[in-house]
Design a protein around this ligand. Structure first.
Ligand code: BG6
Length: 470
């Protein structure tokens, strides 16, 4: 079958600074929230960085990025998504002047991408806020954090204006309500936070997102900037109207974020929710003006779908930020995330039907345990047919959405090289086309090996999707 992917489709891969760079205290970098989260979302945070925190060294991308980008280029990447670690540029978040060494690192990194014909797609903030902002201001709880973020964004827009043409504001911005420390440097225990406080932090982030969208348009007029949503796809567990209503309400928890970014105002149902529940969020007239700066595209992560039910005793999935009820029609990964390629087409369609903006799938992939073996040519490799099957089936659904007329700008599969996982902070859960020799105990020589999926993805890109198994 002839490929339906457009000629300029942006094929690539994605990572986040805190999960790959390591070098947590080099060249003037300040601590980030990740440096004190050795066990990921669920674990306790520590007072200071501890040796068991794999992210401190991660896969040492900070020193090995040239080798890694060359491998991405070999696969034919058109785009590479990464984030700028805010605390490399402003070590405390509120510093007056940026750290030149941090800026220089990203100069070199983006130059290296461009040298290989790879466009950088840059997330401004990917779960890695400067820890000092948490300690001093309680992160996004404080309105002043908006201006620190604006300063950071302005600095990097001006510095990289000729190198970076695709930007994202906050990674999975809807996650702040679920994981306020990791996503918002909010030091107060989640259990002690009131809804007013949580929604205030959310509001500050949304205003900051719109404000830097405006800045980006002013400083880099030929760039595109998008929001990034954790694409929680929800189905009713049964046709019971109660389950359907529950699903509708659950959906709003995700879509309200896309709505504000795409339509430039709060949806009426969220304002009503604040009113009915006495949730005090200070939404000023000036904020309302800023929110009108809407995004150029919507990007999202998609790994699985979940079910909603009014029957609380139904069985729950093992997912993390997006827990739901188990769909009996789907299989699950070893980490309990249900595999649902069709859900990706469903999500693309729904987002486009609602907001009519171009879409970018900036995360998708299979976290699995890989076994390193010796291939026919004597080189070490991983026979990751399970990963190939997962990615193939999802891409086939993306193609169907495109064939339905939905503008999909590109696809960056998650963790294109093995990195430390976010929710459980381990190396064992691997997503990459490239295996990295490091284990959960931090042992390994960090050598890189091409997995079977490396050659598979290379072929997919080379043929612009024609080689997919439909
Ligand atoms: C997304 C995050 O939620 O999921 C990534 O943006 C993360 O940072 C990815 O790595 C996969 O989750 P995990 O826990 O398997 O790494």
């Amino acid at each position: 079958m002839k490929s339906k992917f457009p000629k300029d489709f942006l094929w690539g891969g994605a990572v986040a600074a805190n999960q790959c760079e390591g070098a947590y205290n080099e060249d003037g970098k300040g601590l980030s929230v990740q440096d004190v989260l050795p066990r990921g979302i669920r674990g306790q945070r520590t007072d200071v960085p501890t040796e068991d925190n794999l992210k401190l060294k991660a896969i040492d991308f900070y020193h090995r990025y040239k080798e890694d980008i060359a491998l991405f280029a070999e696969m034919g990447f058109k785009v590479f998504r990464t984030s700028i670690a805010w605390s490399r540029i402003f070590p405390n978040g509120d510093d007056e002047e940026p750290n030149e060494k941090g800026l220089a690192f990203y100069d070199d990194l983006f130059d290296e991408c461009l040298k290989h014909g790879i466009q950088p797609l840059v997330t401004l903030s990917h779960y890695e806020m400067p820890l000092a902002l948490g300690k001093k201001y309680n992160g996004w709880m404080d309105r002043r954090t908006i201006s620190f973020f604006e300063r950071f964004a302005k600095t990097v827009f001006e510095r990289y204006q000729n190198k970076v043409k695709y930007w994202l504001t906050f990674n999975e911005i809807n996650a702040i309500l679920k994981a306020p420390f990791m996503c918002g440097a909010i030091m107060t225990d989640k259990e002690k936070l009131t809804e007013s406080q949580l929604y205030t932090a959310m509001h500050h982030q949304l205003v900051a997102s719109a404000s830097v969208t405006k800045l980006c348009h002013e400083i880099i007029p030929d760039a595109m900037i998008g929001c990034m949503i954790l694409g929680v796809t929800v189905y009713p567990l049964t046709p019971s109207p109660d389950d359907v209503i529950k699903t509708m309400l659950r959906d709003r928890e995700t879509y309200q974020f896309a709505h504000i970014h795409a339509r430039g105002e709060y949806p009426s149902y969220l304002l009503r929710y604040f009113e009915k529940n006495n949730i005090g969020v200070d939404i000023t007239d000036e904020d309302k003006e800023i929110l009108k700066n809407t995004v150029d595209f919507i990007s999202f992560s998609y790994y699985s779908s979940i079910c909603e039910s009014a029957n609380e005793s139904a069985k729950m999935t093992g997912g993390n930020l997006s827990k739901g009820f188990i769909n009996p029609y789907l299989k699950s990964t070893d980490w309990g995330w249900q595999i649902d390629p069709k859900g990706l087409r469903y999500t693309l369609t729904k987002l486009y039907d609602l907001y009519s903006l171009p879409l970018f799938i900036v995360e998708n992939g299979l976290g699995a345990e890989d076994v390193l073996t010796t291939g026919e040519n004597g080189e070490k490799t991983v026979n990751d047919d399970y990963r190939i099957a997962y990615l193939n089936d999802h891409l086939v659904e993306v193609e169907k959405a495109i064939d339905d007329g939905i503008p999909v700008m590109g696809y960056t599969s998650w963790g294109c090289i093995d990195i430390v996982s976010a929710s459980t902070a381990e190396m064992k859960k691997r997503y990459g086309y490239i295996y990295v020799d490091r284990d959960n105990d931090g042992k390994g020589n960090l050598e890189r090996y091409k997995k079977k999926s490396f050659y598979w993805y290379k072929n997919v890109i080379e043929t612009n999707g024609e080689s997919l198994k439909r």
